[in-house]
Write a protein that binds this ligand. Structure first.
Ligand SMILES: NC(=O)c1ccc[n+]([C@@H]2O[C@H](COP(=O)([O-])OP(=O)(O)OC[C@H]3O[C@@H](n4cnc5c(N)ncnc54)[C@H](OP(=O)(O)O)[C@@H]3O)[C@@H](O)[C@H]2O)c1
Length: 242
């Protein structure tokens, strides 16, 4: 397993939730961090917390959905060893009921934005490094249609890029299922608790994930130099149930 000491790890979406926990674990292993997000306040809070833990942290404000801003970000950012994308909006609803604008937005967010990130990352990641996307599991085509298509798109992107960028850069994805993170900050507490219960009852392992467990999968993929083209579900086996 490769060591992360003094490696540079950039996380688009490193200021909150799963991305922040990836940052925290990478700092604990001696990496230098670059955090990217839209909200400068959230980035500053994350930076302070990581610096308190002894990390070297640089931040950039950019909205990955704005591809001109994304290109400027990649122009300004130094070379990195590992790049993580946490970008991917989600939705609920089937193909018949979901508004076309929502379907388009989620596929644009999950698929096309990550395609552009992959294209730009190809010139930014040092040989021996890796690119890790965030896919997802749990939703079905009939109840989260565009999220489902977006996740399939990310999984295909990973396979294509893994071959195109080999042998210099490995490309993988982590697929979480529904997890309590700040992603759901606008959901009322009662609804959050009810949703967590519903997932815990559906997941064969009978609970939802700890954010820490999700983050560990990203670090594993950074450090294992012989894994590429894979999407690893960290989902308690949710897709195995009836
Ligand atoms: N939590 C779940 O239940 C779950 C399940 C399956 C998959 N996922 C996926 O996991 C990823 C991260 O989720 P999370 O739970 O960690 O959410 P989170 O706590 O809301 O964190 C998302 C991070 O991404 C940044 N971000 C979001 N949109 C961005 C954009 N357009 N450009 C740049 N940065 C952006 C956010 O910062 P700013 O808001 O400041 O930009 C934040 O740092 C998402 O792709 C989500 O779809 C989550």
């Amino acid at each position: 397993m490769d060591d992360l000491t003094l490696r540079t790890v950039a996380i688009i979406g490193g200021s909150s939730g799963i991305g922040f926990q990836v940052a925290r674990q990478a700092v604990n292993e001696g990496a230098n961090l670059i955090l990217i997000g839209r909200d400068i306040g959230r980035l500053e809070v994350a930076k302070t917390r990581l610096q308190t833990a002894g990390g070297s942290v640089t931040t950039y404000v950019a909205d990955a959905h704005d591809h001109a801003a994304l290109e400027q970000l990649f122009d300004e950012m130094p070379q990195v060893d590992h790049l993580v994308s946490m970008v991917g909006d989600v939705m609920g609803g089937g193909f018949v009921t979901a508004p076309m604008a929502v379907i388009r937005h989620v596929i644009e967010s999950k698929f096309f934005t990550n395609v552009r990130i992959g294209q730009l990352a190809a010139k930014k990641i040092r040989p021996g490094g890796s690119l890790i996307f965030t896919s997802g599991t749990g939703g079905r085509a009939q109840d989260a249609c565009a999220s489902y298509v977006g996740n399939l798109g990310i999984n295909a992107l990973v396979e294509g890029l893994a071959v195109e960028l080999a042998p210099d850069i490995r490309v993988n994805a982590v697929s979480p299922t529904w997890t309590v993170t700040p992603f759901w900050r606008d959901m009322p507490a009662e609804q959050l608790a009810a949703t967590a219960d519903r997932f815990a009852n559906t997941i064969p392992l009978q609970r939802t994930a700890e954010i820490d467990e999700l983050a560990q999968a990203y670090l594993f993929l950074m450090k294992n130099g012989f894994i590429t083209g894979q999407h690893i579900a960290v989902d308690g086996g949710i897709m195995l149930g009836g």
